[in-house]
Design a binder for this molecule. Sequence first.
Ligand SMILES: Cc1cc2nc3c(=O)[nH]c(=O)nc-3n(C[C@H](O)[C@H](O)[C@H](O)COP(=O)(O)OP(=O)(O)OC[C@H]3O[C@@H](n4cnc5c(N)ncnc54)[C@H](O)[C@@H]3O)c2cc1C
Length: 495
Amino acid sequence: MDNHSLWEKGIKEHQHQNQKLNQFQTDILIIGGGITGITTAYFLMNSSQNVMLIDKSEIGRGATSKTTAKLNYLQGIIYQKLEKNFDTKISKNYFDSQIEAIELVKKIVKKEKINCDLEQCDSFIFTKEEKGIPKIEKEKNILESWGIPCETVQNLPLPFPIRYGMVVHDTYTFHPLKYLLHLKKIIQSKIPIYEGVIAYEITPQKNHYLVKTNQGNILARQVVVACHYPFFLFPSMIPIKTYIKREYVNASKVSFPYHFTAISIDSNLHSIRFYKNYFIYGSHQHRLTNQIAYHKNYEKSKSDFQRFFSTEPEYTWMNQDIMSNDDLPIIGEIKNHPGLYLATAYNAWGMTNGTIAGKVICDLILKKPNSYIDLFQPNRFHFVGLFHSTLGAFHYAKIYLQTMIQKNPVFESNSVYVVKINGKYYGVYYDETGQKHIVSHQCPHMKCNLVFNLEEKTWDCPCHGSRFDIDGNVLEGPANYSIGIDWSEKKADSQ
Ligand SMILES: Cc1cc2nc3c(=O)[nH]c(=O)nc-3n(C[C@H](O)[C@H](O)[C@H](O)COP(=O)(O)OP(=O)(O)OC[C@H]3O[C@@H](n4cnc5c(N)ncnc54)[C@H](O)[C@@H]3O)c2cc1C
């Protein structure tokens, strides 16, 4: 069993040559090389502006390497949600953006001759519950009114029964890393890409932004923050506009002669797609703040997979995505910060939204018209969002107290505990060889207490999703500072 995703299989690690940062001034700086940053760079690479891209790790090793990579406009029951939250016009505008994103990916793949296994397929949404039927009917009616041919179905070739479903035909799947790494090669011939460069802070200056990194300061006229979850709180206040969802994914070779995608609309999510002879199954999704005994979710998702397909998963991995409180992604220029752009909160549909974000931001920079600038703008205000922000504050407070009281919820393990030294809490983990690893127990992002993830041996923030390895190095943001402690603190503990 492997905690890497299926996409990372066969892709060499540490492909980058640890290129040292040697450029400290640019017109446009893109921070982050996932689907958002790479697509933005692709659209900007032939402009007259100087562009550079930095990534704290390797290109494509963030959320994009752990997606299920459905390129799809049938996104659960999103269109009725947007009608309810906003109105039909906004719902249709979002639908158009998703169709345009799919067309953009198809066009790029064709033009650049990218071998990324892009394939057309049917996509289903389904319910296992009676109460889900009218929701599926409603989504079907909305899509039909926009000219999309859909049919209802009573069953699906799945190892469990469904109650009702619907299908559309013109959706796609692809291999996200093959796509991204091919684009990286093309972009690199025009734009410098620096891997291993961590952005710490962005400070506005007269007509410029000063970006502090681990390899020196970069002065940029415009900055695109494409790092999944922004590492700063102000401006934009993303933690109060969003929450994190985690999902557990399993994959194995199975003898199913099908190729389609399917997701359930029920609270218990089932997400299905095929890649070659692999069956990819996502399940046990939860709001990050609702569940901290992560290993139980890995176990449940693996045992479901085994029960359904009578085989052990070859790959088990976890991914988390940022969900917006009003169900629309957050993409665009931040109010009162001209030249500072943000793209996040894709609600687990980042293949389309990361692509359209690249186009929207490129058009904003080049001052070209774009139909989705108002739709996604980061400073929008809506009552639904406000209600969920208030609810979110309670969730954060609950999880904070829970980790305070329990200190470390993973009591079942005797290799992990939390100690208090001179009034500060530290997380201690003993590895298989008995070696002790000590880290600070607080996430540097917003000071939430960390939880040990027994399955992947990481310290995870249950509030905003930052993750650290056993020695405190940042694996995933928004935190961008390590929680490793120096030797003198370790010595204090052993006394
Ligand atoms: C289980 C699961 C399944 C999903 N399946 C689908 C699907 O089928 N279809 C779909 O459309 N979407 C899907 N998604 C959503 C999708 O995977 C994400 O929305 C998308 O990959 C986000 O892309 P990104 O470019 O914004 O972020 P990332 O891919 O995470 O890229 C961000 C990059 O920024 C870098 N970075 C971060 N912080 C810094 C810093 N301080 N300095 C420098 N660099 C930094 C990181 O190293 C990383 O490379 C799924 C999500 C989940 C959780």
